[in-house]
Design a protein around this ligand. Structure first.
Ligand code: PA5
Length: 434
């Protein structure tokens, strides 16, 4: 059963159902390339079957290590960038309380992220915060050579070794990296760190359903079996070729049509702060997969209703090169009702007794309606904030982005453009060989 539903009613004046369905032949071709491993980037299709190949043995290994880490630290730091960072952050923010770091020990360790920037102040502030606390680290890097996490890891490793000694640090540092290559792998082998492997055929931004995302989520107390069960359901739901039975492909085909009609920016609009990092994860997935060869939709995101008071004006009346995908939540975990005021000083008594969900829903409907004339919009509704629903959603987006990339004729699994800044930076830093 699907925990997601896609509604394209507000697209009708821009893209008709008939137009979408007319892409079936192209979609089938791309589907066969994906399934048969005959398309571009076919060495990186391992993500397609991660859910159905998830085993009790992998699950037990992740959960056992996570439980020992939870027992021995107050602060857990995840060191990584890009695909080695955003999936875990998205999952933890989506599933845990907005304020879980403030809950104290019974909620598990406080969780912080490092190595996703090179900011001196950010890292110095982090070190102030964790000073005197019991710390564990998970450093995640597939290549094992990415500069940002490598610098952060140097700093944190030194800190942990000073505090616990080299032997004590061993039980507090978990490495997630390639099975055989890279500096991080060699270091982990030399120092005998607990290591999780990122499969060779899974690229960074498609790796959230490997230990890259699953181990940090398990430390955060998330039920990874349920998450993977949801992803397995997603794999079943979104692996069929037929556009009228596969919403992930329907969404992909719709995006492609809108793009061809000049709608070159997609705004993922959410109404829940818990979705913030999910939107960041989606932006990386879509942006790095599709933006190449001078082609691709620019993925942007906004968080409503907050951003209706900042970006709402632009969306309503700015350049008409955008389309919107509303990502909405069907039911919140808890319902809060608006209280009545005796004198109705703020004029809100007409809402007394209504839930915040009701008001938030009307805000979404009102916004979708207001934007409809100039901004094509569709809505992807997710049933709840459960691991199962999140697992389905992750698989949905991965399939959709891979399909859009193939429809647009690019390799959705490489990122050659990312190397340019690195080369310049290395040259400026005087790295040997640059
Ligand atoms: O999707 C990708 O491949 C990238 O975003 C990488 O995840 C990111 O550059 C980090 O790379 P690594 O895991 O090798 O440190």
């Amino acid at each position: 059963m699907s925990n997601l539903s896609l509604n394209c009613d507000n697209l009708k004046s821009f893209v008709t159902e008939q137009e979408v369905i007319s892409l079936q032949e192209q979609v089938s071709l791309c589907h066969d390339r994906l399934e048969g491993g005959t398309g571009k980037g076919s060495d990186y299709l391992g993500w397609l079957r991660l859910p159905s190949r998830f085993s009790d043995a992998i699950s037990a290994e992740i959960e056992t290590t996570a439980s020992s880490i939870r027992d021995c630290c107050e602060v857990f730091i995840i060191v990584g960038i890009g695909g080695s960072y955003l999936g875990a952050r998205a999952g933890i923010s989506y599933l845990n309380s907005s304020f879980s770091n403030q809950f104290g020990r019974q909620g598990g360790p406080e969780i912080y992220f490092s190595g996703q920037n090179i900011s001196s102040d950010y890292h110095a502030d982090l070190f102030d915060l964790i000073s005197g606390r019991d710390i564990c680290l998970n450093v995640i890097s597939k290549s094992g050579t990415t500069t940002e996490p490598a610098i952060a890891f140097r700093l944190l490793k030194e800190l942990v070794e000073k505090k616990y000694g080299v032997d004590g640090a061993r039980g507090r540092i978990v490495v997630t990296t390639d099975s055989s290559r890279g500096a991080l792998k060699s270091l982990a082998d030399d120092l005998d760190y607990k290591t999780f492997v990122i499969p060779d055929d899974v690229g960074g931004r498609y790796s959230v359903l490997t230990p890259v995302g699953l181990f940090p989520m398990a430390v955060a107390g998330i039920n990874i079996k349920e998450l993977m069960e949801g992803a397995r359901q997603g794999e079943k739901l979104y692996s069929t070729r037929s556009l009228d039975q596969n919403d992930a492909y329907y969404y992909a085909a719709t995006r492609q049509l809108l793009y061809q009609k000049g709608k070159t920016t997609e705004i993922l609009a959410t109404f829940q702060p818990a979705f913030h990092y999910l939107a960041q994860w989606w932006k990386q997935l879509a942006g790095e997969s599709e933006g190449k060869e001078l082609k691709g939709i620019f993925p942007a995101s906004v968080e409503f209703t907050c951003d209706l008071h900042s970006m709402g004006q632009w969306i309503q009346e700015g350049n008409r090169n955008i389309f919107e995908t509303f990502l909405t939540l069907e039911t919140s975990r808890r319902q809060l009702k608006i209280p009545a005021f005796q004198n109705d000083a703020d004029g809100l008594n007409y809402l007394a007794g209504e839930t915040l969900d009701t008001v938030n829903e009307k805000a979404w409907l009102g916004t979708a309606d207001a934007h409809e004339g100039g901004v094509p919009n569709m809505t992807l509704k997710i049933k709840d904030r459960s691991p199962t629903s999140l697992g389905q959603l992750i698989y949905f987006f991965e399939r959709a982005v891979a399909m859009t990339g193939y429809l647009n004729g690019v390799n959705p699994f490489d990122q050659p453009g990312v190397e340019f800044y690195k080369k310049n930076m290395f040259k400026l830093l005087g790295k040997p060989g640059f």
